[in-house]
Design a protein around this ligand. Structure first.
Ligand SMILES: Cc1ncc(COP(=O)(O)O)c(C=O)c1O
Length: 393
């Protein structure tokens, strides 16, 4: 209510105080506030010392982040979770918190391009990166035996969709005094919960399946409290945490994660089988196909199917890819993944662009290699669109 004893500007600043409804809204509000109000210094102490729940500054204690973290911890079956401003911020925060000069990271040779580059960036601080085929256990053990602090692998690798034997990697890491950090982005917690298989930390690029609509950039990290707490301190201090709105939007999207993954995984399995028998397709990569090199590992690592990602190869390089794209009506070239719509990506020109030509050749990532993120549309329509595109070849 207007207090006419105050001046015009004072009333403008102070009189927008919302009422406190006696009942709760059905949806959590977005706590769009960088500053928080304290009643007195005793409350400042209590909130800083975590004796009373409350927020301190910026995103430190923001209820939308806390809600998302509780939801992610629940789905990952983790004691604790942390929301970060991107998937790569989760990696950066872990590396910056846990590694010292002289430490080594052993990582999958076939990691996402920026993960490899980020490990390379840490060389300036004396951290060594050794890249190995994480599907070759002897190679992993050899690398770990040189001394390593962290082993990093992807549940389903980007873009060849190799499946890591997380139980075996965890045993190898622990036998050698290292921690196992799994990038679970392509599987999402719907298909795999790496902590239950022995991993110490699991990260997701929430930009992908958790967000699910190509409109959020966010990351998550889950694991034991004692591992996560110092990482949280670093992430908050260095500003690597998301805004309240991004956290709210991600929590909203995660409500439909199961339904989206079920639909897209069923579509992906059907399309992988169909593409494998198509005369214009040179090769299909899908962990559910009998000929996939990790089919058995995938069957015991992934639950509820084999994921929504299908990669395939065309003979004929860039002209063949452009011909295919020219015949597609619905499926678009989007250099991300995990949306409700089926989309294609060209790893050599996007996610793995930063690698040298030799590094790409070692991964057999040629110009006819395409990665498809299968969406939730009607299967017949996606298949008809692909068939139409393939007729252009
Ligand atoms: C497997 C994988 N990990 C990590 C990332 C990085 O995630 P973000 O873009 O959220 O930082 C990506 C991005 O494409 C990815 O594909």
């Amino acid at each position: 209510m207007t207090d006419n004893r105050d001046g015009f500007d004072t009333r403008g600043v102070h009189d927008a105080t919302p009422p406190q409804p006696a009942n709760a809204p059905a949806r959590a509000p977005i706590y769009q506030s960088a500053g928080w109000v304290f009643s007195d210094l005793a409350q400042v102490d209590a909130i800083y010392e975590r004796r009373t729940p409350g927020a301190i500054y910026g995103s430190d204690g923001n209820p939308n982040l806390i809600a998302l973290e509780a939801q992610v911890a629940s789905l990952e079956e983790a004691p604790a979770a942390l929301a970060t401003s991107a998937g790569m911020a989760a990696f950066t925060s872990v590396f910056a918190t846990m590694l010292r000069s002289g430490d080594r990271i052993v990582a999958a040779r076939e990691s996402y391009g920026n993960t490899r580059r980020l490990i390379g960036d840490f060389a300036r601080f004396g951290v060594h990166g050794t890249f190995v085929d994480t599907c070759d256990l002897a190679a992993v053990e050899n690398a770990l035996a040189q001394g390593a602090r962290l082993l990093v692998a992807e549940t389903i690798s980007n873009p060849r969709l190799r499946v890591a034997d997380i139980r075996a990697l965890a045993a190898a890491a622990h036998d050698n005094g290292a921690l196992l950090m799994i990038d679970n982005t392509f599987a999402s917690p719907y298909h795999c919960r790496p902590l239950a298989l022995g991993a110490d930390l699991v990260m997701e690029s929430g930009t992908k399946f958790l967000g699910g609509h190509h409109d959020i950039v966010i990351g998550t990290l889950a694991g034991a409290d004692e591992l996560l707490e110092p990482v949280r301190t670093f992430a908050v201090r260095s500003g690597m945490v998301p805004s309240a709105f991004e956290a709210w939007l991600t929590a909203r999207s995660i409500e439909t994660l199961g339904a989206r993954m079920a639909a897209s995984t069923s579509n992906a399995a059907a399309l992988a089988g169909w593409l494998a028998s198509h005369p214009k397709i040179a090769r299909v990569h899908y962990p559910g196909l009998p000929e996939h090199p990790d089919r058995d590992v995938a069957a015991r690592t992934l639950e509820r199917g084999f994921g929504s990602m299908v990669s395939f190869e065309l003979d004929g390089g860039v002209p063949a890819v452009d011909a295919l794209l020219s015949g597609l009506r619905r499926i678009r070239l989007i250099l991300s993944l995990g949306g409700t719509e089926t989309s294609l990506s060209h790893p050599a020109k996007s996610s793995h662009r930063a690698l040298s030509a030799q590094e790409r050749a070692a991964l057999e990532l040629h110009d006819g290699f395409l990665r498809m993120s299968v969406g939730i549309e009607d299967l017949a329509d996606i298949q008809a669109d692909l068939a139409h595109g393939l007729e252009r070849l």
